[in-house]
Design a protein around this ligand. Structure first.
Ligand SMILES: Nc1ncnc2c1ncn2[C@@H]1O[C@H](COP(=O)(O)OP(=O)(O)OP(=O)(O)O)[C@@H](O)[C@H]1O
Ligand SMILES: [Mg+2]
Length: 231
């Protein structure tokens, strides 16, 4: 099973959305995909996938006392959202965050998966140390937006990664507003200049309505993802 963390420096750049877009891409290629929501303070992977009223409670498997994950849109999914009330987890401090992430990762019956995509919170905090250091996840995709704050925060994440001796697979540029022709976004010169990691592909900014549709069912954005992505 390939385990890939979807990370960024700044919040709100599209980690959760890209986790789902990549999951849809891999599913369309016939792969079995699991999703781990590692954003304990702000889990919204589930909200994006299902309607507001959905409330699942994760059951423990009687035989091995592990979480039985949810199966939603054919993705095998676990999130703190299933385990306790969001409001409770929102005030947890570092050690509890680490513990929760470890439990979700290690104590879930993931079954036979080709890929496990891990939706990271923003930043460089405890979740990053837990996932990348304690749990030893090696593959990381960085999400970047051509924006002053996003770039400066991404440098911080990159310096954490280099301290942990992790080498990202590359950068996915999101929310691009630069086009060479109407529908072909171009890679940001600034991101190219400031980071050694390659920009793997660029997604344009879509209207909110279109974008939500894409997250559920990849269609218009598929052409921007190279066919050999993650091969
Ligand atoms: N390419 C895009 N076009 C239009 N809207 C987008 C695009 N990418 C992301 N968004 C919107 O930007 C917002 C933030 O996206 P998302 O929640 O995926 O970011 P995030 O990095 O996971 O945020 P957080 O750090 O808070 O977890 C959402 O409302 C999402 O719909
Ligand atoms: Mg998110």
């Amino acid at each position: 099973m390939e385990k890939i963390a979807i990370a960024s420096g700044k919040g709100g750049v599209g980690k959760t959305s890209l986790t789902l877009i990549i999951a849809n891409f891999l599913k369309s290629k016939g792969f079995k995909v699991g999703l781990l929501d590692a954003d304990i303070h702000g889990p919204n992977l589930v909200e994006l996938l299902v309607s507001e009223n959905f409330k699942a409670t994760i059951k423990n498997d009687e035989n091995d006392n592990k979480f039985q994950p949810q199966l939603i849109n054919n993705f095998v999914l676990n999130s703190i959202d299933f385990v306790i009330d969001k409001e409770n987890a929102a005030i947890w401090r570092g050690p509890l965050i680490s513990k929760a992430i470890k439990q979700l990762y290690l104590n879930t019956n993931w079954g036979k998966l080709d890929y496990l995509l891990i939706d990271m919170p923003p930043g460089t905090g405890d979740a990053y140390l837990t996932i990348l250091d304690s749990l030893g996840i090696e593959k990381i995709l960085l999400i970047a937006v051509e924006d002053e704050f996003c770039i400066s925060n991404l440098h911080k994440t990159c310096s954490l990664l280099s301290k942990l001796q992790k080498h990202p697979l590359g950068i996915i540029e999101n929310l691009s507003e630069s086009f060479s022709e109407p529908c072909s976004p171009i890679k940001s010169e600034r991101i190219k200049k400031e980071f050694t990691d390659e920009i793997l592909f660029v997604l344009p900014r879509l209207s909110r309505k279109d974008f939500y549709q894409e997250v559920l069912n990849l269609d218009k954005l598929r052409k921007y993802i190279p066919e050999n992505f993650l091969k």
